[in-house]
Design a protein around this ligand. Structure first.
Ligand code: ADP
Ligand code: MG
Length: 684
């Protein structure tokens, strides 16, 4: 079935769907709801307590009247149940008055408090039977892209599902019984339009299982391929690393040293290294990666380090240059990123293929550009969770066919070891579980907007001491609920709030790579005092002179992401501070955010986050920057993950009884999954 055959899809809508990455019916039904709405029982006007979307039952005292006000056409009436009263406003809908009688009715819309009064905005009028039908039903709330409404998505998905069965079951009955999994078609239907919460949960469990299952099968495949790989590099010399260590102003922590030894040992063994280095933000993973690269270089091999953002790649490049210079080591480094000009790229590629470069640092360009490496013995991905497993494999595949490189990946995502072992089943793991000794713990506070002037004064004070500050605020999302401050506007406001001599820069994802780099360089070089930014600075950025991190709308972020952001400060010898600005308007302090006040430990925060969300809470604030499954959550769905692993092992070892039909279907779905993985749509 084609999308354009659906009712409501004209050329324009088709384009919008395509822009959102939806090309087929299949794509459409795999856009799962991000949440569900249910119509709670109607309230009477006197019962309102919270600003939210509600259904109210009552009648209009008098017919609503339409007025012009500030260029707006407002239709207003007083709605009551004989006791409480609220005002109802419609904008630019004068015709609505005609459909209102003096009878009792249901209205559904958002209520807000204006002074002492409750006002209901732009409500829909529901008939009794409409209301009864919707009561207690779960309705999908879809993640929306530009121009697509929830109503449209709901209608399209429902049309698709009315057509013939879209998925064919691939899991043997025995499996489904063993793991208590719903049938595939049932799952797809019920994830979109569940009759009850129970149905939704069953559907969800099955789909989560599928996601993990395909992931695990693919990880198994990769692991199998790798175990066969022999190490054909020879490592002996270890002078340069020692020299570099001597020139450092600090000595490595025990955990860094242990990790480094594990890496050296791997690189010298018969088999290729496949190692994950896990360490909290600021634990010093970068220097370990650099030392591994230097080890390769002094033994005559190339190595390449891939970072998820341009800003980070440039930063790594510059700090490695500096380190080499300081220690008098004579190796060549080259930078390769997407924003470089064609000519610059060509030159970089030439240096690489001629082996004039010993070490290469870059972004995705390292795998996208036509780079031919020479004797590439080591590939490293920084902030691994930002890349798919498949991209990691493509990266490693950049080496000559008969000479596969060692693979090192680094991640700050605090995944409990048991989960890490499953998710990164194809990797050995080193944990850097110790922070450098000179660190002064960051001081944290969660505050509300009343504190804003103080926060600004504090930033100013730190700047006067010669320090720098970050202010994080997210881009406006289209979603109406979220009133995030626009970065640009915010920067203007901040300019007014701070003294004019304070140099403020701004950074957001829409800027060109070159502009981003320039701003980041200015901040790193202390030509800026304050950097207002979206979460693009989240990963890896290192400016030790920055001591204040203020996060606007902290309530909107996941705890682990907040922890990552906070990790941008506290990197030097100065006392650092993190201010979490809670703009939710809630009176009591958020329990979730206070976790951040209590602790600076990423693992603790991840486990508290899990505890607070509870194993059933899938639709809270999604963590950003983790392995992103469509539905599955590696923390809350850990139990299903284990089942999927078990099932994948059974299938992989061909111990499962499957019909030919099922096997064919599984193969088909698995290759579709891996294709998507190659395009980085799914976590693999
Ligand atoms: P992350 O693990 O988050 O990537 P980085 O590698 O960026 O952390 O290191 C953070 C900061 O700590 C850097 O400024 C780095 O120079 C410094 N650092 C790394 N190791 C040590 C150490 N053993 N002692 C003191 N400072 C260190
Ligand atoms: Mg890092």
């Amino acid at each position: 079935m084609e999308l354009k055959e659906l009712k409501g899809v004209g050329p324009q809508t088709l384009k919008k769907l395509q822009n959102a990455g939806i090309f087929t019916a299949e794509d459409l039904i795999s856009r799962y709801p991000r949440d569900y709405m249910s119509y709670d029982p109607a309230l009477s006007p006197g019962e309102l307590e919270e600003e939210k979307v509600v259904t109210v039952y009552g009648y209009f005292l008098n017919p609503p009247v339409t007025r012009r006000f500030n260029g707006q056409q407002i239709t207003t009436g007083v709605f009551t149940d004989g006791m409480g009263r609220i005002t109802v406003n419609w904008y630019h809908m004068p015709y609505i008055a005609a459909s209102i009688t003096g009878n009792e009715m249901y209205l559904r819309g958002r209520v807000m408090k204006k002074g002492r009064q409750w006002v209901l905005y732009q409500p829909a009028i529901l008939k009794e039977e409409q209301y009864l039908e919707l009561l207690n039903r779960l309705m999908p709330v879809y993640p929306l892209k530009t121009g697509l409404t929830n109503k449209l998505m709901t209608s399209l998905v429902s049309q698709c599902l009315e057509q013939a069965e879209l998925v064919r079951e691939y899991l043997p009955e025995s499996f489904r019984r063993k793991y208590q999994l719903a049938e595939a078609n049932y799952a797809v239907r019920n994830i979109h339009f569940p009759e009850s919460r129970h149905d939704m949960l069953l559907a969800r469990k099955r789909l989560v299982f599928d996601e993990f299952f395909f992931f695990m099968l693919s990880v198994r495949e990769l692991k199998e391929q790798k175990q066969k790989s022999r190490n054909c590099f020879r490592f002996g010399k270890q002078e340069a690393g020692r020299k570099l260590l001597e020139s450092l102003p600090y000595s490595l922590t025990g955990a860094q040293r242990r990790t480094l030894e594990e890496i050296y040992r791997d690189m010298g063994s018969d088999h290729l290294m496949n190692r994950l280095v896990q360490g909290d933000v600021g634990s010093g993973k970068t220097i370990v990666a650099f030392l591994a690269m230097i080890y390769a270089a002094e033994n005559g091999y190339q190595s390449a380090l891939m970072a998820p953002t341009e800003v980070l790649a440039v930063q790594h490049y510059e700090s490695l240059c500096r380190l080499l210079e300081q220690s008098g080591l004579d190796f060549q480094i080259v930078l390769l990123t997407g924003s470089m000009t064609a000519k610059q790229k060509r030159e970089a590629c030439k240096t690489i293929s001629a082996h004039e470069a010993d070490m290469i640092i870059g972004t995705h360009a390292l795998i996208q550009e036509k780079v031919v490496y020479d004797d590439l013995a080591l590939v490293i991905t920084d902030e691994q969770h930002r890349f798919g497993v498949r991209q990691r494999a493509v990266f490693a595949g950049k080496a000559a066919e008969e000479k596969k490189p060692h693979v090192l990946v680094m991640s700050a995502t605090p995944i409990p070891r048991t989960l890490a072992l499953i998710l990164y089943g194809d990797l050995d793991i080193s944990v850097i579980d110790e922070l450098p000794a000179n660190r002064i713990p960051i001081k944290n506070c969660v505050v509300d907007t009343a504190y804003l002037p103080k926060a600004y004064a504090f930033i100013e004070k730190e700047v006067r001491k010669g320090r720098q500050a970050y202010v994080i605020c997210s881009m406006v999302e289209e979603s109406e609920q979220i009133q995030a401050e626009n970065v640009t506007d915010y920067t203007e406001k901040l300019r007014e709030a701070l003294s004019p001599d304070i140099r403020i820069g701004l950074l957001h994802g829409k800027m060109k790579a070159k502009e981003k780099k320039a701003v980041m360089m200015q901040f790193a070089g202390h030509e800026l005092d304050v950097l207002v930014s979206t979460t693009v600075v989240e990963v890896g950025v290192n400016v030790p002179n920055a001591t204040v991190m203020m996060i606007e709308n902290a309530e909107r972020f996941g705890l682990s992401q907040l922890h990552q952001l906070r990790g941008r400060v506290g990197r030097g010898a100065y006392q650092s501070y993190c201010i979490f600005m809670d703009r939710s308007g809630r009176k009591e302090k958020s329990e979730r955010l206070s976790v951040l006040e209590k602790s600076n430990d990423g693992f603790f925060i991840a486990s508290e986050d899990l505890r607070l969300r509870g194993p059933g809470d899938f639709y809270g604030v999604r963590q950003n920057g983790q392995l992103q499954f469509a539905l599955a959550d590696i923390y809350t769905d850990a139990a299903v993950m284990k089942q999927a692993r078990e099932a994948a092992d059974e299938i992989y070892e061909k111990q499962a009884e499957m019909t030919q039909e099922e096997e064919k279907q599984l193969q088909k779905l698995l290759s579709a999954y891996q294709e998507k993985a190659a395009a980085a749509d799914v976590p693999l």
